[in-house]
Design a protein around this ligand. Sequence first.
Ligand code: BGC
Length: 762
Amino acid sequence: MDSVFIGSGPSGLGERGFVRPGCRTFAPGSSSLKYVVSAVALATLSLAPMSYAAEDTAADRASATVKQMTAEEKTILTHGIMPLPIFPHSPKAPADAIPGAGYVAGIPRLDIPALKETDAGLGVTYLFGARGDGATALPSALAQASSWNPALVREGGAMIGGEARAKGFNVLLAGGVNLMRDPRNGRTFEYFSEDPLLSGVLAGNSIVGIQSNNIISTIKHFAINGQETGRKVVNSKLADAAARESDLLAFQLGIEIGNPGSVMCSYNLVNGEPGCASEYLLQKVLKDDWRYKGFVMSDWGAVPGVEAAFKGLDQQSAAEFDKGLFLAKPLADAAAKDPAIAARLDDMNKRILWSIYANRLDSDPSKPGGKIDFAKNAKVAEEIAKQGIVLLRNSRDVLPLAKTARRIAIIGGYASVGVPSGGGSSQVQGEGGAVASIPRPVDGPFAALAGLNFHRSSPMNAIKSLAPQTTVTFRDGTEIRDAVESAKKADVAIIFATKWSTEGYDQADLSLPAGQDELIAAVAAANPNTIVVLETGNPVLMPWLDKTAAVLQAWYPGARGGEAIASVLFGDTNPSGRLPITFPAAESQLPRAVIDGFFEYEPDFFGLVPEARANGLTADYDIEGSDVGYRWNKRSGQKALFPFGFGLSYTTFANENLKVRGLDATLTVRNTGPRSGATVAQLYLVSRDGKPKQRLVGFQRVELAAGSSTGVKLKIDPRLLADWNGNGWTIAEGDYGFAYGDSAETLGPVVTVKMRARSWKD
Ligand code: BGC
């Protein structure tokens, strides 16, 4: 295995020449870190890296173009529309607009192309059926993250970016990297993980893939956007140091690796300031400290007023969603009066142009009508689904199933027709649209986005085709007695349990809805070989767990989810997914008993809570600070139902021989079982100077033949050992304990290393 790695920056942070523009190798103090890139991964991806020269040229060209702009032209790129007649006051879409999430007019006189924007990170969305086309749905970001495979996630990004381009779009509103501070957040499925390293690395790689198509990707929603309830009014409270070590670090890594052309600021307030008018976030953190060169676009309807531009916002997206068209005339008027604002306006244009030029939107324009090889793209989605399925339980080695099983009873989850997907602006629909759609009670223009939609990939058909001699029956699971009868007659019962998640709504709890817990308990009591396949957008509680033979977490598995699930069930794919999020044993383990406002406000797709209550709606993230997910459990001494990093295989692995020297770690991973498979080497910081402190500091997925072993090299990003000191990072002198882990809770022997004190600027 010639693929070695990493720590913070697998395969996105690389040597000069590979690094995308604006992507800095990390250099604390004087010693710069070199990141070793997987040669295998790069060879198979053939992405076209942008050189530093191209970046410099883009900056020079942007400055030159701004000099040629008239005062009127300077407020063209600074605002956009949604080119769809969804409100009575929606502006008429120009002839060159494509129905999609956004459109920003270009300036033909200066050869500046229009920005044609579509959602999102799981593929090109269908958007009210306005275009009537289909696209390839990737598995949810949570499923992608379960692969812990940056190169594969990058391939997924390249695929969806290619489809966006073929449909004529040049901006993909992707890169959802918010940390999962509450697993009940309705958008959990759109984000990668609860850990800043894993999230940042994966989001960054997805963005590299997307932008390899010469289109822009966003990274979003900046920042600390942790709940959907009252999403436009909720105040995320989180102290600077904790934010830098958690949510902001995920963005920072994602930006360093992916170099997205744009950052989308968030709806929520951050420590009292609107995300899209937060000088702290947009100017201080992003542009000053991180030296970000691209532009900040607002989320749809997130701009409070023209002052947002003075605080660091560069573009008002879909301005008809806001109370006014702020970044047009009001901005021009302010710039005419105040030279500082005029300079800011020039900077806004430069940033947008830099991103256009650096990503070659002008010289290599997207055009509608490009060819899409759906069969090929579906294979990418299928591979990600296979690597993202997590085997949580496999009692008596009931899995993999023999293809000669006589009778399989499949129950529930619409498994006869397809696999579920998450709702909201990231909703992708395949060719021909959803195979089944369960409407939800949502009024208004967003109703079409807020149903439970199933992709055309039937697990039942996939099971039948892998085991043609088996008699397969299907029951929809609505009648427990009927389901139990069918399970009793079968050798194996497979229950598909689903839970719908969507943008706009949080979840009341972590339970499976609609009597599915009772159904599973009854079927498991009737047939000892009961296997549960979970298709959910977030972790769920499993009161029936020890009654079942096996549990697979398949998430929302995308365009070929059914095939991926069947492949794992029969062992054609040896499961290798590992949880990127903690599965709590009870909601009481979470830092907050309930999501603030959840039981007060009617869910509303766009979070248009009319008035925040007098004392405000607060997501108090100071409770856990930077200790999100498994770190919170460690701090509060709690055991998860299934911990972060956990996942079983049909073979077994052993980690051995951990050595840490400075920021370099090595260990050996051995396949000790009977078949080939993949695992994830996980390295954790477990203590600093004798005090417990847990952080994932490195990881690598490794594939190993039965009986073979490999050395893994991990490069630790020093920020993962450090504390934010208010002005930069500090590693305090002392003994640092490290351990490899099969998960965040099952750790190997601790190796202690002395670290010297050091501090450095971001
Ligand atoms: C979402 C964004 C999305 C935008 C455009 C917003 O409501 O928060 O993630 O990109 O809509 O559809």
